[in-house]
Design a protein around this ligand. Structure first.
Ligand code: HEC
Ligand code: HEC
Length: 271
């Protein structure tokens, strides 16, 4: 079952102190501090998965990702022949949305999560397919690249958090945003003049122009907008795009990731 963030949001809201909120916050903190990023578990019996996965892939994915998985399905051209993102080429096995460090393969659970959630604006959610069907598709998608025969790399572990979005935390996040030069690409605030976006210089690995996210609308984030999703995007980076991993830059004070997340989320609450 997906983990619900509703109680945490409740906790994050700056209202009067409540002991029950504090306890709930500590419980979530303890759970998260020991939990690797990816949660979903594949079923143990995956026999015949490739056969079933192929049939499902041809029904649901082929139009965009192509028969041979190279991102060249009949509809791919209309999605953006001359701009990014193009449907992913599965033979390259390079992925943006991973719980694993930059340059590593995604875990099975990461692929499952992408298929389940979809990619706002670009790819539908397949939550409507039974879970077993989505796992079958994961197995088939992996069959496009021999790289998956290597052992799966372990997900990164997030520092304890998220931390409450106090004014102090948001201010620290704003400072980090400046110090780490996020504005170079994202603008002083989301998509405001000044970022590389305005100069048309943000491009993916194929040289196709790429839009940065609009921080004032977290629901449009491709990699999810729960605090731990945003933390994952920043720490692991989105491979194949200019959005690099900031894990090393944040390593002196790992808890800073939550201040950055609180700052980004505050942008959608500003008047
Ligand atoms: C309407 C077209 C469309 C359909 C249908 C579609 N996709 Fe995608 N998919 C895309 C696009 C476009 C991207 C690239 C988005 C980006 O890079 O921001 C993508 C990216 C992906 C990624 C890569 C995510 C990452 O981490 O980089 C995976 C995995 C994926 N799709 C799996 C699937 C599977 C499996 C199906 C079928 C169940 C499917 N897609 C159906 C358009 C589609
Ligand atoms: C060199 C340019 C560059 C820098 C510097 C940069 N980003 Fe990004 N960032 C991008 C691009 C481009 C994307 C969109 C990638 C895509 O959609 O494929 C992105 C995506 C993201 C996302 C993912 C949103 C989603 O759709 O899920 C977050 C969060 C983010 N950036 C935060 C940051 C923060 C915080 C910093 C500073 C610590 C930062 N970025 C620095 C270029 C940059």
């Amino acid at each position: 079952m997906p983990f619900s963030w509703a109680p945490m949001w409740h906790f994050n809201r700056p209202r009067g102190f409540k002991a029950s909120n504090l306890l709930r916050g500590i419980a979530v903190w303890l759970t998260l501090s020991l939990t690797p990023l990816s949660g979903a578990e594949p079923p143990t019996d995956l026999s015949d998965s490739v056969v079933r996965g192929k049939r499902l892939y041809e029904q649901s994915c082929l139009l965009c990702h192509g028969k041979t998985g190279q991102g060249d399905g009949p509809d791919a051209f209309y999605l953006g022949a001359y701009s990014a993102p193009r449907p992913r080429d599965f033979t390259e096995a390079e992925f943006k949305f991973r719980s694993t460090p930059s340059g590593q393969l995604p875990t099975d659970a990461d692929l499952f999560e992408t298929i389940t959630r979809g990619i706002p604006g670009y790819m539908p959610s397949f939550r409507g397919l039974p879970e077993t069907a989505r796992w079958d598709i994961v197995v088939y998608v992996k069959s496009f690249s021999s790289l998956y025969q290597e052992a799966e790399s372990p997900p990164i572990v997030l520092p304890p958090g998220p931390l409450p979005a106090t004014g102090e935390s948001v201010n620290r996040g704003r400072k980090l945003y400046d110090m780490l030069d996020c504005a170079k690409c994202h603008g002083p605030q989301s998509m405001q003049p000044g970022g590389l976006y305005d100069q048309g210089e943000l491009r993916d690995r194929r040289g196709l122009p790429l839009l940065p996210p609009d921080f004032s609308h977290p629901s449009s984030f491709k990699n999810g907008h729960r605090p731990q999703d945003i933390a994952q995007s920043i720490l692991t980076g989105l491979d194949g795009t200019p959005m690099a991993s900031f894990e090393e830059a944040l390593s002196p004070h790992p808890e800073d990731i939550w201040h950055l997340v609180n700052y980004l989320l505050s942008l959608s609450r500003s008047p």
